[in-house]
Design a binder for this molecule. Structure first.
Ligand code: CA
Length: 229
């Protein structure tokens, strides 16, 4: 597995680099945004550890540009953002920027390697290059708009599908109702927060009908939902 680290603080870059090497990954470090972007396009990493504030081109722009790349293997590269700004997190993971995960500074290198391993476990690529999200018996083909549970097709409406994809992408993290709607449907559905409850109920029912565990989507009372996996 190839990991590209784009970070201008040399001490942090060295730390993260050492940890990934020790964990058996091939790594390259770039210290500015322009070189980082070039390297991402030519070296084709599996994962990019991307600092938010960088000289030349900042992390948000790099992430956005990669996601718009016409080559799917580049557009779908896994990205973990490093940020010191907690208020940015929702945007980082949203449709606009499209990071896969984030780690807030200060962090331990061990934490970031653990996050990387978790992402590699749940995100895969099909033989045709489609992005696949998996959780044991559940396989969701994001590009093909198909989901299978225990090998059987899980028939979902487009909105249910988007909600499931969003939950899977944020596995283990709580998503507020309003945020889940925004991330999944790309709009501000503020006044209709309860509509997400309907999608969740349908998802649980359909998962249960195929013999899966519906409680993998957990209710966090008073807040929202969390995909437990
Ligand atoms: Ca920085």
């Amino acid at each position: 597995m190839r990991v590209l680290i784009i970070e201008d603080e040399s001490q942090i870059a060295r730390w993260v680099d050492n940890y990934f090497r020790q964990a058996g990954y091939d790594t390259v470090v770039e210290a500015d945004g322009r070189k980082g972007l070039d390297r991402a396009r030519t070296w084709r990493p599996d994962l990019i550890i991307l600092d938010l504030n960088l000289p030349e081109i900042d992390g948000l722009d790099i992430c956005r540009m990669l996601r718009q790349d016409p080559r799917p293997e580049i557009a779908h590269v896994l990205i973990i953002m490093l940020t010191a700004r907690a208020e940015e997190i929702d945007r980082l993971l949203g449709l606009e920027i499209g990071a896969d995960d984030y780690v807030t500074k200060p962090f331990s290198p061990r934490e970031i390697v653990a996050r990387a391993k978790a992402i590699f476990r749940r995100v895969n690529r099909s033989s045709t290059g489609n992005l696949l999200l998996t959780d044991s018996d559940l396989v969701v083909d994001v590009d093909g708009h198909e989901a299978h549970l225990g090998g059987q097709p899980l028939s979902l409406t487009p909105n249910e599908f988007s909600v499931l994809v969003t939950l899977l992408k944020h596995q283990g993290r709580v998503l507020k109702r309003s945020r889940l709607i925004e991330l999944a449907l790309g709009h501000d559905y503020e006044g209709l927060e309860r509509s997400v409850d309907v999608y969740i109920r349908q998802l649980r029912r359909k998962i249960g009908d195929l013999g899966g565990d519906p409680e993998r989507i957990a209710t966090v009372f008073g807040v929202g939902y969390r995909y437990e996996g």
